[in-house]
Design a binder for this molecule. Structure first.
Ligand SMILES: Cc1ncc(COP(=O)(O)O)c(C=O)c1O
Length: 384
């Protein structure tokens, strides 16, 4: 095996996907209720996405940001319109988007003579590059052996507004996830976020959201922020934005975007025409297929059905980012689901994460819930 062994993989390989299904070479089919960890927003082989990237590949793939890229300009315009932000910077992953938000916050600090420190939430996850890693507190193992970490981060408990406000004068910006995805699908409360945002605006601190997992329709709104009545200064995106083509983005108000002027930041592949063709196709498909409505409707149905299952203690999350809390081992239930052809993952010892494609339908929900029920019954019978 010539690969680094840094991932713990399940011994299966898929050769083809179609909608919410993946198939192996032997023809076994799996219902995909994880969507490549909240990435495959349009499902697999969506005709519009396939056509867009195929056509783009036939025209040109890459020219670099030394030149104008019309596909990038169109994607930025579309993305800013739906998210109600002003300007977009494109990169290639979630961690890279977070790195750019950290740099933007540092420039803000320098300009306004504020501490070059960011306030982050305990149990948050922001990625594995050195800056994003320093902002990540969800698992101490992620830091092991990587010292010295980047300085300039203070963590505060999620949803404890007084504790967060008490630290605000020591930071230049706040960076939080509206729902802690990797941390276990733990939602931030709207009152916490609104209070934090109001204090940030009053004290000249940036209110920055990491919507890498929650953005682009996942929670039934273009941004999770919209569903919480928030108006962030800066937003990091990735995952579902390209529907499976690697792409990340940072959105900001115009004056903040100007903190990163010519030469201050960049990446060779960022906003590459192929990735931009994917972004344009994903955004168009979400609008034209009214997928935000689908996400909300399916979410209600899914929550109702899941709550009725034996062994389910609770269901957390918004839209199609759900955490299903179980009375038994989530790892074992995820394995049993896999054996029966359903892909989900254990995001905590007792919590399953569901993040199906935004195109998922009612019949697929019924099928997934039936499989999960059988998997749960099997575990209940097995456990002493
Ligand atoms: C909220 C959040 N931010 C950042 C990241 C890092 O994204 P990537 O894995 O694309 O670097 C993730 C990945 O799971 C995430 O969930």
């Amino acid at each position: 095996m010539s690969l680094f062994q840094n991932y713990k993989r399940i011994d299966v390989a898929f050769v083809r996907g179609d909608g919410c299904r993946l198939y192996t070479a032997e023809g076994k089919s799996y219902l995909d209720f994880l969507g490549g960890i909240a990435v495959s927003s349009l499902g697999h082989s969506h005709p519009r996405l396939v056509q867009a990237i195929t056509e783009q590949a036939g025209r040109y793939l890459h020219v670099s940001n030394l030149y104008r890229i019309p596909e990038q300009e169109a994607a930025a315009e579309r993305l800013c319109r739906v998210t109600r932000m002003n300007r977009a910077f494109f990169c290639n992953s979630g961690a890279e988007a977070v790195e750019a938000t950290i740099k933007l916050a540092r420039r803000h600090a320098a300009k306004h003579n504020l501490p070059p420190t960011l306030l982050v939430a305990q149990n948050g996850f922001h990625g594995r590059t050195m800056g994003a890693l320093a902002a990540t507190t969800s698992n101490p193992k992620y830091h092991e052996g990587f010292a010295p970490l980047l300085e300039g981060f203070i963590a505060t408990p999620l949803n404890d507004l007084p504790a967060a406000l008490a630290k605000l004068d020591r930071v230049c910006a706040v960076l939080v996830e509206p729902i802690q995805g990797e941390g276990g699908v733990l939602p931030a409360e709207a009152v916490f976020m609104q209070g934090l945002q109001a204090a940030c605006k009053a004290q000249g601190r940036l209110f920055m959201l990491d919507e890498v997992q929650t953005g682009i329709g996942r929670t039934g709104n273009w941004l999770s922020a919209h569903g919480m009545g928030l108006d962030p200064d800066v937003v990091a995106l990735a995952k579902g934005l390209g529907g499976g083509v690697p792409v990340g983005a940072v959105l900001a108000r115009t004056e903040l975007s100007e903190l990163l002027g010519p030469g201050s930041h960049g990446t060779t592949f960022g906003g590459n025409p192929l990735a931009m063709a994917a972004v344009n196709a994903v955004l168009e498909a979400i609008e034209e297929q009214d997928l935000l409505t689908n996400v909300r409707e399916i979410s209600e149905l899914l929550k109702q059905e899941l709550s009725k299952l034996p062994g389910v203690v609770g269901v957390r999350g918004t839209g199609l980012l759900l955490g299903v809390e179980l009375g038994c081992s989530a790892d074992r239930v995820a394995e049993a689901c896999f054996e029966r052809g359903l892909l989900v993952n254990a995001v905590r010892p007792n919590t399953l994460r569901l993040a199906p494609p935004l195109v998922v339908g009612k019949l697929e929900v019924a099928e997934a819930v039936a499989i999960l029920e059988k998997a749960l019954c099997e575990q209940t019978v097995k456990s002493p």
